[in-house]
Design a protein around this ligand. Structure first.
Ligand SMILES: [Zn+2]
Length: 471
């Protein structure tokens, strides 16, 4: 398959119906406008990552009157028949299932295909149809079709907010129906459809003069091999203007520490891939939240591995560091670091861990993980600590700590990392984001009380990177 040089022949405007002071249909405190926004944003992002020119009428809870909405639609890509408008809505009035309405000026193909795919995604199909204005049957009933010129608008009603079954589906499966729309639309406009991979957002990159696979991979913090795999490239040659898919990590989803992104090739089966990477088919299914065992060429799968990532190094922030200083040392931009680490802020603290490209010429000796035994205790020096107090804490000696950490001075810096040889019979566990005493006790097959007692905990509150001894 070669999906590197496609050009989308059509453009898409995604419309989130209602919004702001206009809630649309209501059931108690559940509003149509919120569902519409959620599914519209999803479709917009997915089409964008698949390389389709796309615009969204609103991406927040904004009030849009009819004129403003129509003008945004017509201004996005012009008043042309190659512009598809996907207007997202939720029905009310006592029915059940999905409906798609298409304009009097258009054929049924797109509407039928959207409804079919929503049906394949598990929603009940009602019908696809055209609707005429009673006072003038030569005109469309809905303004999204009547007032939108030459465009090809479809109004998608995903289900009924006042139907119990539909409401459950809207609250749990709406994005599956959004994905169904993406599939139908890409098929309709002739753009290769690649299913969504949990945890991965695909970005599209257009090759510029002077780019190489290496420079692009480096820019996004991935390896040349990952980049080639994601694009089914067999050679290292690039053409200016060529479209590349960049697999990047979605920061909203927690991924395991080590994994690779695998792009399905011709002849692959889940079984074949699983045996190649020495994992079970079930793990592969669970890990990728697959709902079927059939896979398609170009689909991306996450494969858990035990191997360390080799294209990044971990740098531990020192007192006095700033992102600017680190970026400068690395010959990259602050933005590169922010992206690679999915940072929400540019403020960093001593002791923070940063992923950097392994080509970065920076001293990581202060990162004990690079030198020392993984069973050892990692201690981050906090305010008022001395070598003596730390030695006391871990039942070791000042000299042992100096020796073990190759220290040339007794003066400690805030945020400095010290490594303490672990002679304890207990497991050292560092609290991870989203951990609770309960989840940890389950993981190590012990009890909350046993953990609290061993660690002298008086409350259930944990903090990230807190060291717990596990009995
Ligand atoms: Zn509506």
């Amino acid at each position: 398959m070669n999906n590197n040089n496609f050009r989308a022949t059509k453009k898409v405007v995604v419309d989130a119906g209602h919004g702001g002071s206009d809630p649309g249909a209501i059931n108690g405190n559940v509003y149509e406008k919120d569902f519409n926004l959620e599914v519209a944003n999803y479709i917009y992002n997915r089409l964008k990552e698949l390389g389709v020119p796309v615009y969204i009428t609103r991406d927040t809870d904004e009030t849009l009157d009819r004129n403003e909405r129509v003008s945004r639609i017509l201004n996005a890509f012009g008043n042309n028949s190659d512009v598809i408008v996907l207007s997202n809505h939720i029905n009310a009035g006592g029915g059940e299932g999905a409906e798609v309405v298409y304009a009097l000026r258009n054929e049924e193909t797109l509407a039928r295909s959207i409804l079919d795919e929503i049906g394949n995604a598990g929603q009940k199909k009602r019908s696809y149809y055209q609707k005429r204005l009673p006072e003038d049957p030569s005109k469309d009933y809905y303004f999204i079709q009547r007032l939108t010129g030459n465009t090809e608008p479809v109004l998608i009603e995903y289900g009924f907010i006042d139907n119990k079954n539909d409401l459950y589906k809207l609250q749990n499966n709406l994005l599956d129906y959004g994905e169904a729309v993406v599939k139908a639309v890409t098929n309709y406009i002739g753009v290769p459809y690649i299913p969504a991979t949990p945890g991965i957002d695909n970005n599209i990159y257009i090759v510029k003069k002077g780019d190489s696979l290496y420079s692009i991979a480096n820019k996004y913090g991935i390896t040349v091999n990952e980049l080639k795999a994601a694009n089914n490239l067999t050679s290292n040659l690039l053409n200016v203007g060529q479209t590349l898919i960049i697999p990047t990590i979605n920061p909203d989803i927690t991924l395991p520490e080590n994994y690779i992104v695998y792009t399905v090739k011709k002849g692959d089966t889940l079984f074949k891939i699983a045996s190649e990477y020495n994992i079970s088919v079930n793990d592969l299914i669970d890990f990728n939240q697959l709902t079927t065992t059939s896979i398609v060429i170009g689909q991306q799968l996450l494969i858990p591995t035990n191997e360390e990532e080799t294209n990044t190094i971990t740098y531990i922030v020192l007192p006095g560091d700033s992102l600017w200083k680190i970026a400068n040392n690395c010959n990259i931009t602050v933005d590169d670091i922010v992206k690679l680490n999915s940072l929400q802020t540019t403020i960093i603290q001593p002791g923070d861990e940063l992923k950097l490209s392994k080509n970065c010429n920076i001293n990581t000796d202060n990162n004990p993980d690079n030198n020392i035994n993984e069973n050892d205790i990692k201690h981050v020096v906090t305010k008022n600590e001395t070598l003596y107090s730390i030695a006391q804490k871990y039942g070791t000696t000042v000299d042992d700590i100096i020796e073990y950490n190759n220290l040339s001075t007794n003066v400690l810096q805030l945020g400095q990392i010290l490594y303490i040889p672990n002679t304890s019979e207990y497991i050292n566990y560092y609290v991870q984001p989203n951990d609770s005493l309960y989840s940890i006790s389950r993981r190590f097959n012990t009890t909350i009380d046993a953990i609290k007692k061993l660690n002298n905990l008086t409350s259930d509150t944990l903090y990230i990177n807190q060291l717990l001894l596990i009995p």
